[in-house]
Design a protein around this ligand. Sequence first.
Ligand code: FUB
Length: 325
Amino acid sequence: MKISQYLIALSFALGCLTSVKATTLDTTFRADGNPIIRHKYTADPAAMVYKDKVYLYTGHDEAAPGHNGYTMHDWTCFTSTDMVNWTEHPSPLNVKEFKWAKADAWASQVIERNGKFYWYVAVEHGTIPGKAIGVAVSDSPLGPFKDARGSALVTNDMTKAVKHSWDDIDPTVIIDKDGQAYLFWGNGICYYAKLKSNMTELDGEIKTVTLPHYTEAPWVHYRNGWYYLSYAYEFPEKIAYAMSKSINGPWEYKGIINELAGNSNTNHQAIIEFKGQWYFIYHNGALVPDAGSFHRSVCIDYLYYNKDGSIKRVIMTSEGVKPAK
Ligand code: FUB
């Protein structure tokens, strides 16, 4: 059996082992391995480290059992000081906050700038056919978050590189060392653009990055002189990545970092460093009774680098990670 087949089989095995457990809001719980959240279905993780705490924001899968599609109305927020003991906070953002949108609280990311927190989201636009990207802002990472513009930041009529209407999804934002912020996003093609320092307007043209078998879910991070652009590869999705010395490229494709995550067609990663350790945060379809592509669950495993800066393949585990010191 090849290593990739073994990992897929392992992932499916994990998917059969974990069942939903009840908890209440504002309670602290200890993650009992992967998936880390077992009282609801969570997807599309994005994580931010702020003042020695990890803020984990996720989508929320609420499809009726057997429904073959996404039902997603709001986003969730969990915090931790050690990656194992978590506190769930009341949902800080619902798609209803964006009056111009009509549905679909899809993938998102929160980033801090000058003491304000900006939450970039993908939603379905109410009047311009297709998906769109919005941005909400708050003085606290726990919210409440308010629509920062009263209109979409990116709409389907602004992007022409692919023909389908859901190419404007999965926003991720990075602020470069010189203070310039960049927004990356896209399904079927990876778009990127500069953001103005107010974080709520694009600054200049929308460009594209060519990446092999790019599907969606870009995430950009920086380490030791390298920029890393990870993304969902093929469909069903693995996670692959490219590296560059500049955020404007050229990007060199480096390979797969995570195999199919088990019982879910999609995968969606966040990569963070916390207390000297790197983490790979993703989702799978491992949580019964409704486990699957529309009932996903967030997991965390370690991420390691080689000496040349390339990333080692992630080993998905049922045990998850140990408390960070
Ligand atoms: O959760 C809805 C969509 O599925 C996300 O936007 C994609 O990244 C995929 O995970």
